[in-house]
Design a protein around this ligand. Structure first.
Ligand code: INI
Length: 193
């Protein structure tokens, strides 16, 4: 039998998207830095002008799942990393935002077959959030590690060679290469049943 296990090497052909919430950007900018540092030290070119990492900024955590899903179905990424910070205030807003973002991110990964990393800090106050974004440790680094591991693991599970650039979405509606030969024939020739 086989043991599937993600590795942190052979990263040159991996592609990532970071989706980042601007809300609490004092925190989210630090998460981006930690995540970039991790990816870079594992051989990923994090330059936005390069070919390995794309960046998308959204207003707040609530919007993370929508954009992550849209990116996932392009079939261009091995993993998507969502970064955000939800900080408890005086109203129940915190609960609504954290519930929706966590459910939305889980659903996105599940529906698309692309790993979507839940890089959202939930904290009771700004001090707690800062501690997780660089003062004590930077959780952005850990989210980078999770993305590397999941990207590699999913390639293995799907049987894609480590060096390949490839499309990897489970549902990707435009990924003709993932459709069966008979289905492609039927599309090309409607008389084929
Ligand atoms: N967005 C966050 O990213 N973090 C928060 O702490 C937060 N709070 O507490 O309000 C927050 N709200 C904005 C929300 O994510 C949406 O951007 C907004 O409601 C528009 O849809």
């Amino acid at each position: 039998m086989t043991i599937f296990e993600g590795s942190f090497s052979q990263t040159e052909s991996l592609r990532f998207a970071l989706v980042i919430a601007r809300f609490n950007d004092l925190i989210t900018n630090k998460l981006v830095e930690g995540c970039q540092d991790c990816l870079k030290r594992h051989g990923v070119d994090v330059n936005p002008q390069g070919t390995q990492v794309d960046y998308a900024w959204v207003p707040g955590c609530f919007e993370l799942p929508l954009v992550a899903r849209q990116l996932a179905i392009t079939d261009r990424y091995d993993a998507i990393i969502c970064l955000g910070a939800v900080i408890r205030g005086q109203t129940p807003h915190f609960e609504y935002v954290s519930a929706e973002v966590s459910k939305g991110i889980a659903a996105t990964g599940f529906q698309t077959g692309v790993p979507v990393i839940f890089g959202v800090i939930t904290a009771d106050n700004m001090q707690q959030a800062l501690e997780r974004a660089g003062i004590k440790s930077n959780h952005g680094w850990g989210y980078g590690m999770d993305a590397l591991e999941m990207a590699s693991l999913m390639r293995q599970v799907k049987g894609v060679p480590a060096g390949n650039h490839y499309g990897n979405s489970a549902i990707a509606p435009t990924a003709h290469h993932s459709l069966s030969a008979s289905f492609q024939e039927a599309v090309a020739d409607p008389s084929v049943e």
